[in-house]
Design a binder for this molecule. Sequence first.
Ligand code: LM2
Ligand code: CA
Length: 467
Amino acid sequence: AQAAATPNGGDVIANLFQWNWNSVAAECTGVLGPKGYGAVQVAPPQESISLPGHPWWEVYQPVSYNLNSRMGTDAQFRAMVTACHNAGVKVYADAVINHMAGSNQTSTTGYGGSAFSPSAYSYSAVPYAKSDFHGSPPCPNADLGINDWNNVTQVQECQLLNLEDLNTESDYVRGKIAGYLNTLIGAGVDGFRVDAAKHIAQADMGNIVSRLSDTRWGGRPYVYQEIFPGSGGQLAPAAFEGNGSVLEFTYASKLSQQFNGNIANLKTFGQSWGFEPSDKSAVMVTNHDLERDKTTLTYNDGSKYKLAHVFELAWGYGTPQVYSGFRYNNKDDSPPADGSGFVTDVNCGNNTWTCTDRDQGISNMVGWHNATRGESVANWWDNGGNAIAFSRGSKGWVAINNSGSAVTQTFTTGLAAGTYCDVIHGDLSGSDCTGPTVGVDGSGKATVTVNAGDAVALYTATTGTTS
Ligand code: LM2
Ligand code: CA
């Protein structure tokens, strides 16, 4: 199902990629709660391997299910979850449960001091031993690699990137994984981004999900699975929906293509484009893998990146994410960290982190998104030339100009007459607006200039004065 809204009506996920726990807590309190975000997605909280140079991807190589990690201690993790809940924000953890560390790794150092040995397939703090991993058989390839990405057995029971593949058919391994996830739920975690979910047999995942407790906040945990599209049948995203939602990679790549082409095409953006159903889709502009592969828009794309987030939050398809990571030069670069690899506090002011979640227009569109929940798209307008506008019922209206020159137009907004705050350039402060306002007349029309590479957004909660 779609992510359930928080008491404040939010469902938007801020993906604070590799922010440490103290910084996530501060962001929940200072930004995410006040702006109406529904949830934060946090880095894998289990202990991981520690490697020379500390590439960011260390955290995708678990060595135990202890909660001392690159992002902070067990106590800091729990304090972060509590702080986020107190701010009205749910916490979704990145769950790395398909595998443990790489079989090619020689490091025996982890972030929490647990003993382990990749060469021996030994993780004594869990404990896992060699018999808890897939070998050959069931993997048909002697080197345990995946040669055929359309072969279900190879994809699910061989090693992704040499990562030691857990024998999730076994009751023991299922119990250990569910035990780890239930520890997180016990700490207050509300859901899981399931890493490499395509590489876990559906029956195994279904069994693990069935063992999960209800969340402390109430209801079942929100499960959204990482299923990279490309294969059909049992490996297609649709085949995993019995166990939860799926991350919508097709949405991300098609959105990027339109912003690099002509966004007038977005008029029909939806399931007919090959997306999973809205209530099963966790949609995104980008994520950490996609920004590195440059298959989507990234923080280097300036206004297009921002406007794509504005569109995603306005359009109402799926459960949307705002991606907020760190700047890097080399694909393997670590986030800012101390000498031992522990990630240091996020600084949004020195150009190391992108802090997309704080962008004035994007963060205010979270409120716009919440206020228009359930309303249909109406009053579509486009000029055929990279500028669009639409309303969501009579609750909100947005215009997005992805072209190189300003557009001035009298629009039908669908809104009641009044003076509205343009939340892309101003914050609502009481009944005042810190930025420009737009007047809507008695027939719902407004004459607006939308600058090149910019947007204008109005919604009912931000009505300053009514005329
Ligand atoms: C994911 N989703 O399914 C993550 O989104 C993705 O970022 C992870 O890869 C992957 N699955 C495994 O969890 C990242 C990174 C890889 C890295 C792995 C493991 O993109 O480059 O692989 O984490 O840390 C690295 C090396 C690779 C090596 C592997 C095992 O780059 O060359 O394989 O470790 O030692 C021989
Ligand atoms: Ca597997």
